[in-house]
Design a protein. Sequence first.
Length: 277
Amino acid sequence: MKIGIAVAGPAALPSAFVVLRDDLCRCVDRAAAFGYDGVELALLRADEVDVPRMKQRLSATGLEIPCISSGQVFAADHLYFTHPESAVREAAVDRIIGMIRLAAEFGAKVNTGRVRGLIHDGETFATAKQRYLSCLHRCADVAEQAGVELIVEPVNRYEINFIHTCAEGLEIVKETARKSVRLMPDLFHMNIEDASFRAAFESARGYIGYVHVADSNRLAPGWGHMPFDEIFQILGDIEYDGYLTAEILPKPDPDQAAAQAAKYLLGKLGRGADAVN
Ligand code: LER
Ligand code: MN
């Protein structure tokens, strides 16, 4: 398994779920210094990334971009797949297609977490799901041409009003039946919504494309009461071999949070400073 950290450019909303907020290329350098393998870019638009300059920084540091996340498209621009107006759904799909094309440049996945949207007042789950799946299929058409994976992230009930548990996310992934669409459990949401880490991860074995990690209070791992020993055991048991990306609050400050998450995760993976080779 590799470790990543969520970052955004300086203009990202204060509510964006990222640790480092800086020029995106500087984020890569800062993440490399902490020992991360990759950075997840939280973007509002694909054109925030200067592709040649970013490729140069990645090659200089050896870091990867495992994922591009799109939560700000929902939170800042209110574009999402379940919107009742087709023009808004189209704009959301266009934004995600831009991110898919960008992701293809870096071998990254694209997270379609909160951009799926919500069930509007007076509408049904079935209506929201139909709009969501129709947009997801259009994105999957492009993703498959581009060799990019789309990931579906269950998000807790206090942030969005449907697809909260891993089982609900897995149902969407299976129903979509697209090879490009995979599940992305986030430990913070799982800790609220899933009855059992083991049952949720084991049911999703083979469908998991990416994982977000945080402690129970969304601080860096090790600063709450998330059962990390059990979780690492389960991830090993299901042979998950992808990224564990820290999507945590930048507290007490971004550098301390980033340093703690890297040290803790690398330690659990046996790659810490005191690891015996
Ligand atoms: C939001 O809580 C979250 O986990 C993000 O990854 C989704 O946009
Ligand atoms: Mn997340």
